[in-house]
Design a protein around this ligand. Structure first.
Ligand SMILES: Cc1ncc(COP(=O)(O)O)c(C=O)c1O
Length: 360
């Protein structure tokens, strides 16, 4: 897998990790920044990014969203750098697979001598306008292969280094129970899904969660780097072989949503986006989610329900209410429509009809 990533991203060094957040932390730790330096991150992000930044002894600086997009813009970054000379690195994340303006952001980074790190947790396989593959633009890139990502091996990540550095990685073994549970994950989830309509699935879900046989995607920190067991790296490698087809499918499904849903609920489309999930915003997400539930459509898993999500983790961060007002508003309105391989075009059309009916 390392060999494959080396070639694919034409990168100098690759380190596989047990989680994407460990890869981000590993990169940040190797930038040799003064302790407490600021890292500019999307103001609409995952707690994992916060964890990684803090684990590296650095501080997150939240950049708010533009009115109609899910990634901070180059002017926002430029403005932040003028006000905060302690910003030394920037993480872009192509939120939900929507492409950020990487060319303009890179320009600001070059002008201000900032490290540019591409977090590809949502965007493996994305080609930016102009054909640049996401992960090949910045000085480093972090991959995540965890649940529901474009390359999904239940858990896993990789740090790709493109600048001259000799990272010393002290791998620790991952928690044995977590390893066991992640190996079983494809079967435990299949069992739950296939028995859900009988009522048994709900009971199994509870039981598996209680015994931690169903590891949540947010479990684990970024303080230590853990080795990725071979099985996960093998599954991730296979995931890469299917990636182009799967991303094309996501784009096709997203196109149906884009063409059929009112523009008032959509964000601005950016060419190249792969839409890991299709974001819409509505005034009453809970209302829409429970309306769709009547038709057997379950969309309760919202990326993201807070500026640093999930909302239950927000209190563990240093995010202050009001820092990113647009992201706060977006978080309160966000619903994601599925684009994964189990959604076909017919189902996407039905879903748009239901959403449109609810909006009326
Ligand atoms: C933007 C972003 N970066 C990084 C991660 C970290 O991924 P992992 O769960 O593999 O640590 C996530 C998690 O979903 C994420 O949303």
């Amino acid at each position: 897998m390392e060999e494959y990533l080396h070639k694919k991203y034409r990168t100098k060094k690759v380190f596989l990790t047990y989680k994407g957040r460990e890869a981000i932390a590993l990169i940040l730790k190797n930038l040799a920044l003064p302790n407490g330096s600021l890292v500019a991150i999307n103001g609409y992000t995952c707690y994992a990014v916060y964890q990684a930044t803090v684990a590296a002894g650095l501080r997150p600086y939240y950049l708010d969203l533009p009115e109609n997009g899910l990634n901070f813009t180059a002017p926002t970054l430029r403005h932040a750098v003028i006000n905060e000379p302690d910003i030394k690195a920037v993480i872009v994340q192509n939120t939900l697979g929507m492409a950020c303006d990487i060319t303009a952001i890179k320009k600001v980074c070059n002008q201000n001598k900032l490290f540019l790190i591409e977090d590809l947790a949502h965007s493996i396989g994305l080609q930016h306008l102009g054909g640049q593959e996401a992960g090949t633009v910045g000085q480093a890139a972090a991959l995540s292969f965890s649940q529901d990502k474009s390359v999904d091996s239940v858990t896993g990540g990789a740090a790709l280094f493109n600048f001259p550095v000799e990272p010393k990685v002290e791998y620790q073994p991952a928690n044995a129970w977590h390893r066991f549970a992640t190996r079983l994950y494809p079967w435990t989830t299949r069992l739950i899904r296939s028995t859900f309509s009988l009522g048994l699935g709900r009971v199994l879900l509870k039981a598996f969660k209680l015994t931690r046989l169903l590891p949540g995607p947010m479990s684990g920190g970024a303080d230590h780097i853990h080795a990725l067991p071979n099985w996960h790296s093998f599954v991730a490698y296979n995931g890469y072989q299917m990636l182009a087809g799967l991303n094309l499918h996501r784009q096709k499904i997203a196109e149906i949503y884009r063409q059929s849903l009112p523009s008032s609920v959509q964000f601005d489309h950016v060419d190249g986006s792969i839409y890991l999930r299709f974001p819409i915003r509505v005034n009453d997400p809970a209302g829409l989610i429970s309306y769709l539930k009547q038709y057997g459509i379950y969309l309760a898993d919202r990326w993201y329900d807070a500026p640093v999500a999930p909302a239950r983790s927000l209190k563990l961060t240093n995010y202050q209410k009001g820092q990113c007002p647009v992201a706060e508003r977006v978080a309160s309105q966000m619903v994601n429509l599925p684009t994964h391989v189990n959604i076909n075009e017919e189902q996407a059309r039905i879903l748009t009809e239901k959403v449109t009916q609810w909006l009326k």
